[in-house]
Design a protein around this ligand. Sequence first.
Ligand SMILES: [Fe+2]
Length: 271
Amino acid sequence: MHTITDYIIRERWEDFTTEEHDRWKFLFDRQMTIFQGRVAQEHIDSLKRLNISADRIPKFEEISKILKEHTGFEIAAVPGLVPEDIFFKMLKNRQFPSTTFLRTPDKIDYLQEPDIFHDIFGHIPLLVIPAFADYMEAFATIALKALERSAEDVIRAARIYWFTIEFGLIRQNGGLRTYGAGIVSSYKETIYCVEDPKPIRTQFDLARVMRTDYRIDDLQKNYFVIDSYEELFNATLQDHTALLDSLQKLPLIPAGTMIEGEENIPANTPL
Ligand SMILES: [Fe+2]
C-alpha cells in the first residue's frame, strides 16, 4: 500500500541552472503579454500576491507559506504524475502536487506531461482564492467517491477536473476569460479559447461536463463557462452517490457537440 509521503520529494531549487531560470522568465513574460482581457483577473492578481514572478523559478516553501495563510493549501513536490488515489488524497488534504522540472527548449510550446511552469504558474495562483480552494477539495471528495465505485466513475470525475481546473472559462467584464491551468500555461490556447469562433462554449453544468469526451493532444473543442468560483463549489454540494448513479445510463457526449437546449456563448472580439 503506497502513501502520500512515498511520493513527496524536495524541490532542489539550488539545482536549477541559469538557463532554466532564463527559460522560466521567457515563458512568464510571454504569457504576460497576452493575459489582459483573456485571463481571469484573480489569476493575474494572485501571481503578484504569491510573489510568483519572471525573475526566477519560485521556491515552493515561499509560496506555500503565503498560500497556507489564505486557504491552508501547500505545494507538495512530486517526481511526475502520481497515481490517481494519491493525487485525489493530496488535493483532499489541501496539498497540490507539483513537478520540479522545467520543460526543455524543444518543448517550449507544448508538452503533454505537467512541468513546473504548468503546475506553479498555471495551477497555484487560484488556490489562494478561498472559493476555488474549497472547490478543489470538493472535487477531490467526488473523485475519491468515484474511485471506490468504478473505473468509469473515475473517468467521469476526471472530466470535471479537465473542463474546469484545466480548461475552464469564466465571464468577467462583459467577456470571457480563462481560469484553467492547462490554458494559462499555453500561449496558443490562451488566445484561442476566448477568441476563436470554432470551439463550442456553453454554460457550465456538472452532469453535462461529466458526460463530455475530450481530446488531450489538441486544442479543446468544448469549453464550459462559469459566472463565479462559488458556482463551481455549489455544484459539488449534492449527493455524490446519486449524481454518479444518475449518469450510469446516459450516453457519452462527443467532443465538439452541443446537446438540446444549450446555447453557444459567443467568443470575445479578438484583441
Ligand atoms: Fe494540470
